[in-house]
Write a protein that binds this ligand. Sequence first.
Ligand code: ATP
Length: 243
Amino acid sequence: MQPTLLSLKNMDVFYGRIHAVRRATLHVRQGEIVALIGGNGAGKTTMLCTISGLIRPGQGSILFGDTDLVHRSPEQIVRAGISHVPEGRLVFSPLSVEDNLRLGAYTRSRFRQRASIAEDLEIMFAMFPVLRERRTQAAGTLSGGEQQMLAIGRALMARPRLLLLDEPGMGLAPLVVKDIFRHIVELRDRLGLTVLLVEQNARSALKIADRGYVLENGRVILQGTADELLANRDVQRAYLGRE
Ligand code: ATP
């Protein structure tokens, strides 16, 4: 079994008096794709933002390998090996596709990294050929699916070991979502990347995930392998709907 890469223990997160995440405990092993599923307001985005240092937990621990992330800044967390693709993609609209990708390598933009950054750009273009075609185009003029690929490519330019993906399928046509999910599996298989994925579309997420956690009102109410969750009656009723 692969070692644990990320481990959250008894994590509480508050927005003022709102208790958004309650005593959450979860782990992600190296090379796994783990899905966080749950309805609106369940605390999924909050959890990812807390891992990437954008929000501080009220209590609990977040271990990445042996490093405690709780008092680290977002920049230190990126340097430690975690990249976050936020909900809504948030590419830098006026900048070109290539400049967006290069900005993803911001934390490694030292002179001696120049060659490896150029190499990684080539890897991104090979993986997402549409980005090569559009490399000089302003990112804001890309389609939703293309922007999602750019946001993922930009996050990968930091050479993360763990990718946090928040609703990569949001607002996209089913075929585009399928394509993006195919890329996520490819990233794991080819680069050995570990992925923690938040997705409203529980069925698509569980189809590519190894394991999953179900969140409700900030609590982890269920966990299991993806197959166990797909077969679970409560999960089917609440989150899977009909095919
Ligand atoms: P969705 O799928 O709708 O995006 P989610 O599972 O990602 O939902 P969160 O966005 O993490 O849920 O929100 C968890 C809870 O925290 C919700 O009750 C939400 O209203 C509250 N919340 C989120 N952000 C803030 C904020 N900045 N200030 C106050 N409350 C917030």
